[in-house]
Ligand binder design. Sequence first.
Ligand code: HEC
Length: 462
Amino acid sequence: MSGLKSIPAWLDDRIGYTTTFKPLIEHPVPQTGWDYTIGSAALIAFTVQVVTGVALAFTYVPTPNDAYQSLQFITNDAILGNIVRGVHFWGASAMVLLVSAHAAQVFLIGSFKFPREVNWLSGTVLLVFTFGMAFTGQLLRWNQDAYWAIVVGASQAARAPIIGQFLVGVLFAGPEIGGATLTRFYATHVFMIPAIIFGLLGLHLYLVIRHGVSEPPVPGVVVDRRTYRERYEALVHKFGVPFWPDAGWKDVVFALLVGTVVLGLSIVLGPPALGAKADPTVLQADPRPDWYFLWYFALLALIPPVIENVFIIGFPLALGLMFLLLPFVAPQGERSPRRRPWAVGFVAVVVVSIAALVNIGSRAPWSPVLGDVTLPVSATQGLDPTQQAGAQVFNQHGCINCHAVAGVGGERGPNLSTIATQLSSDQLTWRILNGGRNMPAYGDTMSPQELSQLLAFLQTLK
Ligand code: HEC
């Protein structure tokens, strides 16, 4: 039976793990802290996404007629389906967070500097494609919210100068959203971007090995092209430890922690509710992107409208350019965040802004409230029949969706609770017939009788 014993030796000879892989995982690295585990946790999160994504793809059907039903089946009937969908959803959030945090961390400790510029550049592209995954995944739910979120996104993209229409064509795979759009998002989400991410990850990890894991920065020890490599070699030679197991155990612990949180959230909270199936004829939706894009959505709503068109495309371009130029603008010098207060301040401002924007975006006071809202009883109590009819007009013509009265209604337009004290009957008439910058004109759609009833009602708002 000596033949069996020789199987490992045979495999080793043919594959070469003691000569190739063992040195790789045991290669010496500087002694690093917990912040160095974020990148590897992002890698594990990606792996989890691939595994759960494949599991979902076994049942998911990417056509407008079946996509929603197949997800309903996964969520309600398939064995562990709800958990798998949950892990894929929360895992996506984890991946976006971890990849972003990893970018922030290597920025803060100056690891993008010489000789690791290309590590940074490949990481930048990986960050972009991570967001690409998050973006293309949402539409695959093919429910009302996802459908209308893409419509809103596309109408924003359409306003970009010069390339606006082109962008919409690329997004929709045609003049409007439909089966071709779903197919395109599906192919992009499951084939194209993952393939690109695999390739880039290979390059990224190869470069980590090639240049070594950056040493934790020490204030006053600066990167100098002429001396860095020599200093790094000496440091790793003297104080380095084998990556596995001396440094790698921390990566395992942190990845397990992330995995536990993701699994816990999918069991306790589950995936987002599916809601209603996408229906182009029904505008009863909450067309908001998932949180990873909510901040940008909020930003677009808040900036002055004059710069919006340029901003839509200019902002991501400027951001991308900043990322690409960074390692060339500051290839040498201090790495320690203690000596780079601007870098620390920049990250702090970005984090606080994004948190604030996600918060505002989830309320979206600038968009009309959609769905069934009607005037509260307190606003219609004790009105005469004409005024009552006017209140109905106010509900039916959607005024309530943009204007609050007595604490109910949208925040898109000004609160009208006391409008009778501010505007005369003529001014009200003019406004209703002509609309405004962000208000539709009702001149063509409202009968004179409805108009006078509406005016009678508005006059009661004191
Ligand atoms: C899509 C949202 C929207 C709808 C629907 C809408 N409005 Fe407005 N309305 C606005 C906005 C926004 C303004 C602020 C000025 C502007 O943007 O032109 C405004 C302004 C007004 C004003 C002037 C308020 C002031 O303080 O000067 C009145 C009055 C008014 N709307 C009444 C109505 C009535 C009545 C209806 C229903 C027939 C209606 N609006 C429907 C968005 C809307």
